[in-house]
Design a protein around this ligand. Structure first.
Ligand code: GUN
Length: 288
């Protein structure tokens, strides 16, 4: 059994990105600039944005966080998005989700210029991804593909079960793995899937992205399977911060059966942030 080390892989990628940025800057170009809009005081969102900001620094990027109060109106947020769309100093930006309930998330996402949509959430980017065209691939699926590639996990002709059909992870993951180059046979499982456990138990690759701690048990996993755990649920814990992050896979039970498995934390999580950096670098290279 091989533990896929997302932390180490992300460090390697960070070094590769930082080297490329150093070359850009030495050639007289401006360093990539990522902006994050953070509306309100959601604790998890504040942590994610702080981590993204830190990683920008480590990659040699410029980064800006625009903090807007919880009471921000949809119109005010849309005005900020429009300003960033037109700001030549900004290569890419993200609007951290979830947004406060009074704001229509989809309307905000659709206002983002696809050229600066480094999350890959706009309909134009999603459509381009589905068609296999040049696009920004959403960060979590991109990070998972990078792990599969760097660990030489075979995907061609393999059965893959993706659990969870979110727009951010499960659905794009299922589409990407079925495309040429990855060539897996994918089943996208969700809350209405009949015989989910049996379907997952037939898979060579299991990608758990449903957000239910410990959902995937040993009896749902084939001997020798590769298991990718995307879960990041905060649960109460007896430590100084009072919480810890747990995955969707019952790791202790499942790991002994696997060829490859990602831990939580230290698996997919670090790869998500670094993939956002890769997209921002790509946006900077495409700037006019
Ligand atoms: N909230 C949780 N994950 C993400 C992400 O990848 N991007 C944005 N913008 N918000 C998120």
């Amino acid at each position: 059994m091989t533990i896929i080390d997302g932390k180490l892989t992300a460090q390697q990628l960070r070094a590769e990105i930082a080297a490329e940025v150093a070359e850009m800057v030495a050639a007289g170009q401006a360093a990539p600039h990522l902006v994050a809009i953070l509306v309100g005081n959601n604790g998890a969102s504040m942590t994610y944005v702080a981590n993204k900001e830190k990683m920008c620094g480590e990659c040699g990027f410029r980064s800006t966080v625009l903090r807007m109060p919880e009471e921000t109106t949809e119109e005010q947020l849309l005005a900020e998005v429009e300003r960033l769309n037109n700001d030549p100093e900004v290569d890419g930006f993200i609007v951290q989700l979830p947004l406060p309930k009074h704001i229509d998330e989809q309307r905000v996402i659709e206002a983002i210029s696809p050229r600066k949509d480094v999350d890959g959430f706009t309909p134009i980017n999603v459509g381009a991804m589905v068609l296999g065209l040049e696009c920004f691939v959403p960060a979590t699926p991109a990070g998972i593909l990078e792990l599969l590639k760097r660990y030489n996990v075979p995907t061609a002709g393999k059965k893959c079960a993706v659990i969870g059909r979110s727009n951010i992870v499960g659905r794009p993951m299922s589409i990407l793995l079925s495309q040429k180059g990855w060539d897996a046979t994918v089943t996208l499982c969700h809350s209405r899937t009949a015989n989910l456990a049996e379907t997952v138990a037939e898979a060579d690759i299991v990608i758990a992205a449903l957000g239910i701690p410990g959902f995937v048990k040993a009896n749902m996993v084939k001997e020798g399977a590769t298991v990718i755990d995307v879960g990041i649920t905060r649960v109460e814990a007896d430590n100084a911060r009072g919480w810890k992050v747990v995955g969707d896979v019952d790791y202790a039970e499942v790991a002994p059966k696997c060829s490859y498995i990602t831990p939580v934390p230290g698996g997919v999580g670090p790869m998500t942030i670094i993939s956002l950096m890769k997209n921002t670098l790509l946006a900077a290279k495409r700037r006019k």
